[in-house]
Design a protein around this ligand. Structure first.
Ligand code: F0G
Length: 524
């Protein structure tokens, strides 16, 4: 057994077996623009047109010369990568550049503070932790206020400047004649009971927010989420197409606590809203769940419901952000002003791993900086490449965003024409800009055994991806939680020839599926 084989077998052997079965287990040796190359049996490079785009991380393509140049310059200069607890100007400049974009796209005046991290899931966990930290501090402030008021009521009763009417006991469900000690115990007990509740996050059904311990509980797919359900609090899921459920969840969960105030010499009970909601978390466009676009009406509804109970809105732009949809933030196209917004995937320019959570000034808790950190977060290399990426995206008045929108329209027209020509094969076309999904009809009744089998085992999109790779040298994958939808997330460098190649390949695929052609589907 060669060393190379042994290494591969130890690093996710099951995954490799599965890639082999699909015929996509090549090793890419070079990447440029939208093309990846592997070495064929004759020793020559074989180009593959990459529509998977690092699952949406490559808005500027593989190895963009501007980003490679910045990386080279950085390394040649001997710039230190890891100098934690020092002034880190590159990261500060990334935060400033992102604030410029936030102001322009959302019209906000408030600053957003940046907490850097290393991956998408981590940037979500930062948002979850910060939101919970904020809530817990609010709970503490509320509890302290209630304790202080109780003390004031006790003092007023002791010095005879106030009376305790039976209405107080009645309001608290206590026996008539209960004294201030019983009242205080009841109030304290209610506050303590609510404070002990686990944190509560609300999110959309079909969403994907990562696979770490906390974030996976907001990732809807039960296969990813339920084995780990006891490790972190459960989120409440509401369907995007039935947002009434959001009002129902809020009505079920919202809670008040009693506070005692002395009013004109009389102790009375005032119910105060208890901060039970940690955050509402959503993608501006659902990616991994099948490319489902959140529209303006849904955004308005979510914002209004959350504002009514002071629940912060976390917008996950890890896949939809960085200019892919025709704006830097997809949420800006639907007025989804975030309290928190997360970026990852494309932030490091397709070369470095970088992620950031931006927190609206009004919600930001500077003390969070003392309780959260990561060795690698905010490192100079990824921050420098993030800055270069932002400069490239913002250049020429945002030409990249216009190009993404324009290319998106052309790809959408291609998919729509395909659906018109193959209505029994193509079910739906969804998405915005260069974040597009093509959904296929159920093929489980196909006369071609490989097609039917894939459909029956929920692996249809992977089988189709295998066909496109083997026969047409095009790389794409289904969205992992909606496997009859192929996703297309190429870079803004996409050319006419590359669009034409996709057209040819998809038309051939659609014909194979329509004709239930086993031989053609398993070719290559
Ligand atoms: N949020 C969204 C919207 C994502 O699409 C992803 C990852 C994450 C969070 C987690 O980021 O992988 O860096 O920890 N999506 C990948 C996908 C897995 O299939 O699109 P991560």
């Amino acid at each position: 057994m060669s060393t190379a084989t042994a290494e591969f077998e130890l690093a996710e052997p099951m995954m490799l077996q599965w890639l082999t079965a699909l015929g996509v287990d090549v090793e890419f040796v070079r990447g440029e623009g939208n093309t990846l190359y592997f070495v064929g049996p004759d020793g020559a490079e074989v180009p593959v047109l990459d529509y998977a785009g690092g699952y949406g991380s490559l808005i500027l393509g593989h190895n963009h010369p501007g980003i490679v140049g910045a990386a080279r310059e950085f390394l040649d200069a001997g710039t230190p990568v890891l100098a934690q607890a020092s002034r880190q100007t590159a990261a500060s400049r990334v935060a400033t550049a992102l604030n410029t974009v936030l102001r322009r796209e959302f019209g906000v005046d408030e600053p957003y503070f940046a907490v850097f991290s290393n991956s998408g899931a981590e940037s979500i966990e930062v948002a979850l932790k910060h939101a919970e930290f904020d809530r817990v501090l609010k709970v503490k402030a509320l509890a302290d206020g209630i304790t202080e008021h109780l003390g004031a009521a006790r003092a007023a009763l002791a010095d005879g400047t106030a009376v305790l009417p039976d209405a107080v006991a009645a309001a608290l469900g206590l026996a008539p004649g209960s004294g201030i000690d019983a009242v205080a115990a009841e109030v304290g007990g209610r506050v303590a009971a609510l404070a002990a509740r686990p944190s509560l996050f609300i999110t959309l059904a079909g969403g994907f927010h990562g696979k770490l311990v906390g974030s996976v509980q907001l990732t809807h797919n039960p296969a990813f989420r339920t084995p780990f359900a006891t490790m972190a609090p459960q989120a409440r899921f509401v369907p995007l197409d039935r947002l009434d459920a959001l009002d129902e969840v809020i009505a079920q969960e919202r809670a008040t606590v009693p506070d005692l105030v002395v009013d004109d010499g009389v102790v009375t009970v005032v119910e105060r809203d208890f901060p039970v909601f940690s955050a509402f978390v959503l993608e501006a466009i659902q990616g991994e769940g099948g490319i489902r676009v959140v529209d303006r009406a849904a955004a308005d509804r979510i914002k209004a419901a959350c504002a009514a109970v002071d629940c912060p809105v976390v917008v996950d732009e890890i896949q939809s952000g960085m200019g892919r949809t025709g704006a830097f933030f997809a949420g800006s196209l639907i007025g989804l002003v975030p309290d928190y917004v997360t970026l990852a995937k494309g932030l490091g320019g397709g070369i470095a791993k970088a992620a950031v959570t931006l927190v609206r000034g009004g919600r930001y808790r500077p003390e969070f900086e003392l309780v959260h950190s990561s060795t690698f977060a905010k490192d100079t290399f990824s921050s420098t490449l993030a800055l270069t990426t932002l400069e490239l995206l913002e250049a020429d008045g945002g030409a990249a965003y216009r190009r993404a929108a324009d290319l998106g329209e052309r790809l959408t027209a291609l998919f729509t024409a395909l659906r018109a020509d193959f209505p029994d094969v193509v079910k739906d076309v969804r998405g915005k800009g260069l974040m597009l999904g093509l959904e296929f009809h159920d093929q489980s009744a196909s006369a071609a055994p490989s097609i039917a089998q894939a459909a029956l085992t929920d692996t249809f999109g992977y089988a189709v991806a295998g066909y496109l790779f083997r026969v047409h040298r095009i790389r794409t994958f289904p969205t992992a939680s909606a496997t009859t939808t192929l996703r297309f997330e190429p870079s803004v460098l996409l050319t006419d020839a590359e669009i034409a190649r996709l057209d040819t390949a998809l038309r051939a695929l659609a014909a194979v599926l329509r004709d239930q052609d086993e031989e053609a589907f398993t070719a290559g």
